[in-house]
Write a protein that binds this ligand. Sequence first.
Ligand SMILES: CC(C)(COP(=O)(O)OP(=O)(O)OC[C@H]1O[C@@H](n2cnc3c(N)ncnc32)[C@H](O)[C@@H]1OP(=O)(O)O)[C@@H](O)C(=O)NCCC(=O)NCCS
Length: 111
Amino acid sequence: MLTRNRCLVIQMLTAMRVWSKHHPRKFHWHLGPIAVVPEVQERGIGSQLLEYFCRHVDQAGQAAYLETDRPENVPLYERFRFSVIEEAPVLGVRNWFMWRTQGQDVPQPNC
Ligand SMILES: CC(C)(COP(=O)(O)OP(=O)(O)OC[C@H]1O[C@@H](n2cnc3c(N)ncnc32)[C@H](O)[C@@H]1OP(=O)(O)O)[C@@H](O)C(=O)NCCC(=O)NCCS
């Protein structure tokens, strides 16, 4: 059990190290993982959560950023004006790093 927990901690720290390497330094709001329980997915709840988040980001006049490892979610986030700025494997799983700007400047990560 201890070995398994240690392994999970190492994996989590490794993932966090990769995510932080890609994390834009420019000020932004970070959309953390969101989830809708499977029984009620595809009924518009996720879109409502994103609308709420984006409305507040727009009111603040600021940019936003997220990571996802699910290809099926990329078009959903693109509908809310997030754009893929980078892709990289995290623990062997492809991840998409997505930025949402008020203006036209899409920053390079770590710039
Ligand atoms: C991503 C998630 C939060 C979306 O919530 P939701 O309530 O299902 O979203 P919506 O009902 O607003 O659907 C938005 C669109 O995404 C599509 N979509 C949602 N889940 C999908 C899936 N698993 N596969 C393909 N398309 C999906 C819907 O078809 C819909 O598109 P449409 O309007 O063109 O039909 C939800 O699917 C979820 O919890 N997934 C598992 C956890 C997860 O991936 N979280 C995000 C981590 S980055």
